[in-house]
Design a protein around this ligand. Structure first.
Ligand code: ADP
Length: 398
């Protein structure tokens, strides 16, 4: 227990938490507090084979955490009493200030809160979760791990938008990238699976979950990524549009009379797969496609087309490619997406083996043919473990 880390991922109405043993990598317990602020709040957690559940109103994040901790104590894990090494918090936007795991002080918290201007949908929820957890566990170091941090190394040509430099500087408008913890973790796993040095590999990592992003990684350092100032840019996602002509925003403002919040909601919550065909979960999308739903078929085609565009762009940027890796909910589970994303690329040395691609498996695995010059892999991401390791490393170093 003393060495374990509580990892907290706080959203606007939910908190995901996991107690992780950073050396062995096992999740000792995990759970979720949902529907905070609504009458039908719900806390579910699992420790070993024991499941626990609480239903009832949860007024705020602090109460949600208090409930979760008392439920953990009931199943035999007394976080406050037995002690843990650290609490690791996932923080979405670190802006230009934070690019390393950082011990949370009142000043750090104020800065994370200030960065809400860049991430209004994410950072405020992160701040509330941190405050709640610090109140519940005041004697443990709390560490922020930033989703943007890994992309700190993007070269200026990849992080700069071609807009007026004064406006860009005054408002911190540049590309930051997100899902960094996942891209970094997965790239490291690829080196382990291939038995090669991370430093010698050129890789493309495709994180395809509800949110989705692609990155180009050379020698372990990110050189490009598909998300930008916000997590809205890039690939087609569950409910987000990804790349669009920025002229659409002004057009909708002027011609459709939509205000800026409506457009924000449209692009973040009513677009992507859901916008195009009504569903954002790939299992439902697959059912609709199999049933011949035309909108679902088109949505899937748009999704794959965008993915292929990024793969092509990053292949050219990297020049030489050693590995392409699929991760997160869709990347790990949907063989059809992996096959279609890389179909017909044999001439570029990329060849997916259909048997390996569709074989049942959960762990990291190779799905390319033996003759493929580029290794194609599926690697389960584990952001909680990566956050736990970074938090404990920082706390021990201090
Ligand atoms: P996030 O962390 O961004 O919420 P995940 O990485 O958990 O997302 O991915 C969630 C998405 O992955 C789901 O919306 C669903 O589309 C897809 N997914 C997860 N599991 C499966 C599965 N077994 N088969 C098909 N799609 C799946």
């Amino acid at each position: 227990m003393k060495d374990s880390v509580l990892v907290i991922n706080s959203g606007s109405s939910s908190i995901k938490f996991q107690l992780v043993d950073p050396s062995g990598g096992a999740a000792v317990a995990d759970g979720i507090v949902e529907r905070i602020g609504e009458p039908d709040g719900l806390v579910t957690l699992r420790h070993r084979d024991v499941d626990a559940e609480h239903r009832g109103p949860i007024v705020d994040h602090a109460e949600g955490l208090r409930l979760a901790f008392s439920m953990l104590a009931e199943v035999g894990l007394d976080l406050a009493g037995a002690g843990i090494a650290a609490v690791g918090h996932r923080v979405v936007h670190g802006g230009e200030v934070f690019y390393r795991p950082t011990v949370i002080t009142p000043e750090v918290l104020a800065e994370v809160s200030r960065l809400s201007a860049l991430a209004p949908l994410h950072n405020p929820a992160n701040v509330i979760g941190i405050e709640g957890a610090m109140r519940e566990l005041p004697d443990v170091p709390h560490v922020a791990v930033f989703d943007t941090a890994y992309f700190h190394t993007l070269p200026p040509r990849a992080r700069t938008y071609a807009i007026d430099r004064e406006v860009a500087r005054a408002h911190s408008v540049r590309r930051y990238g997100f899902h960094g913890t996942s891209h970094e973790y997965v790239a490291g796993q690829v080196a382990t699976v291939l038995g090669r040095d991370l430093g010698e590999l050129n890789q493309i990592v495709l994180h395809l979950g509800n949110g989705a992003s692609a990155s180009a990684i050379s020698g372990g350092r990110a050189v490009d990524t598909s998300m930008g100032l916000t997590p809205l840019e890039g690939l087609v996602m569950g409910t987000r549009s990804g790349d669009i002509d920025p002229g659409i925003v002004t057009h909708l403002r002027r011609s459709a009379g939509m205000d800026i919040d409506e457009i924000d909601t449209l692009l973040n919550r009513r677009s992507g797969l859901k916008g195009m065909c009504g569903v954002n979960d790939f299992r439902e999308l697959s059912r609709l496609i199999d049933a011949g739903d035309e909108d679902a078929v088109l949505a899937y085609q748009v999704y794959v087309h965008r993915l292929r565009k990024y793969i092509g762009a990053y292949l050219v940027e990297l020049g030489r490619l050693d590995a392409i890796t699929f991760t997160a909910g869709v990347g790990e589970n949907v063989a059809r997406v992996r096959a279609d994303a890389l179909a017909g690329l044999e001439g570029l040395g990329i060849e997916v083996d259909p048997v390996r691609n569709t074989a049942k498996g959960r762990g990291a695995r190779l799905i390319s043919t033996d003759g493929s010059a580029v290794a194609v892999l599926v690697v389960p991401t584990n952001e909680e473990l990566a956050i736990a390791r970074q938090a404990v490393e920082l706390v021990r170093a201090g």
